[in-house]
Design a protein around this ligand. Structure first.
Ligand code: GLU
Length: 324
């Protein structure tokens, strides 16, 4: 009899322990939804995604409990979308044209098909397609790039996609020149050292890499002609005409006409709605920090946050805009 009640007690205690563990599991399942370590994919260090991505990480970490957010360098737009779609990070800065192609499975995503699992948070600022060369390179037009050594952006960047499309409307392909894949920082040092003749840079102005180069070398920006700008606007939905003025850069005559796309912030679809709401709110509550990180940070406003948005909004972002 004693043995029997001992056994009963053991069974009872084990059941209690199991129940407690079960309860614990449920709780941690809920906790699991909230993502404590948030990774923000940016671009190369000499671009604009990087300082703004870092700033957003700091804002989120400082203002939202149980969030530790960090911006990291990457090859930019195309790899960022692929990584978010594969669930490898939570947020990313990308170009609105590239997000659209990913969703539709066109252009650079045609072979692998449409990507899923990402949605929009906000659009931020124009990313200007800048074709940089040394003042004495003799390159005056896009056609002059024929036969030249041209940096077309990093592997997996939106810049590279833009270079390809812009050459395309001018009836040029990579077969007509020597394309070199590198980030903006390397492009600037290679321009300065005479290893390349020109570089495509799709980024907010002033772009750090161009600013730095112009401090020690005589540089200029190559314009795209009016009819080629029109051809680009007609063929691709997200290009808009953009004129670069002498207000954009300090050290050189930077007047040029070209096209721009929009920088946008995207998020993994399966991030909890409440968490995305809180993180978005933290950014809009601290716009000063965005402006301090880079001039283009001041372009982010509640009013323009959905301009040029090329994909569906995340429900957390949508609720934030509905309520604010
Ligand atoms: N828009 C660029 C790209 O995706 C990156 C711009 C930046 O880093 O500022 O290639």
């Amino acid at each position: 009899m004693k043995k029997f009640s001992w056994l009963l007690a053991v069974i009872l205690v084990s059941m209690l322990v199991l129940a407690a563990c079960g309860g614990g599991d449920e709780e941690s399942e809920n906790d699991d939804e909230w993502v404590e370590n948030v990774t923000i994919l940016t671009g190369g260090e000499a671009g604009v995604y990087y300082p703004l991505g870092l700033a957003m990480g700091e804002i989120m970490s400082e203002n939202v409990d149980d969030v530790n957010a960090t911006g990291i360098t990457t090859g930019a737009s195309v790899v960022n979308i692929n990584d978010i779609s594969d669930g490898e990070a939570e947020f990313a800065l990308v170009q609105n044209d590239i997000a659209y192609y990913a969703q539709e499975g066109t252009e650079m995503f045609e072979e692998e098909g449409a990507r899923e699992g990402f949605s929009g948070v906000f659009t931020m600022y124009p990313e200007t397609i800048q074709i940089v060369t040394l003042a004495d390179s003799g390159i005056e037009t896009v056609e002059d790039l024929e036969g030249m050594r041209v940096a077309v952006g990093d592997v997996g960047s939106g810049t590279e996609a833009n270079a390809n499309q812009i050459l395309g409307v001018h009836d040029l392909t990579y077969d007509d020149l020597n394309e070199e894949y590198m980030d903006f920082g390397d492009a600037s040092s290679n321009l300065q050292d005479g290893n390349i003749d020109a570089a495509f840079v799709t980024s907010g102005t002033p772009t750090g890499s161009i600013q730095e180069l112009s401090a020690s070398a005589d540089v200029k920006l190559v314009s795209i002609s009016d009819d080629m700008i029109e051809a680009l606007e007609e063929e691709y939905p997200y290009y808009t005409r953009q004129d670069i003025s002498n207000d954009d850069y300090e050290n050189f005559d930077s007047e040029a006409s070209t096209v721009a796309v929009q920088a946008m912030f995207i998020v993994r679809d399966d991030m909890p709605e409440d968490q995305v709401y809180e993180l978005v709110a933290s950014i809009f509550d601290n716009l000063d920090d965005m402006e301090n990180a880079h001039d283009r940070g001041s372009d982010l406003t509640l009013d323009s946050a959905q301009d040029g948005m090329s994909i569906d909004l995340h429900p957390g972002a949508e609720r934030y805009y509905d309520e604010n």
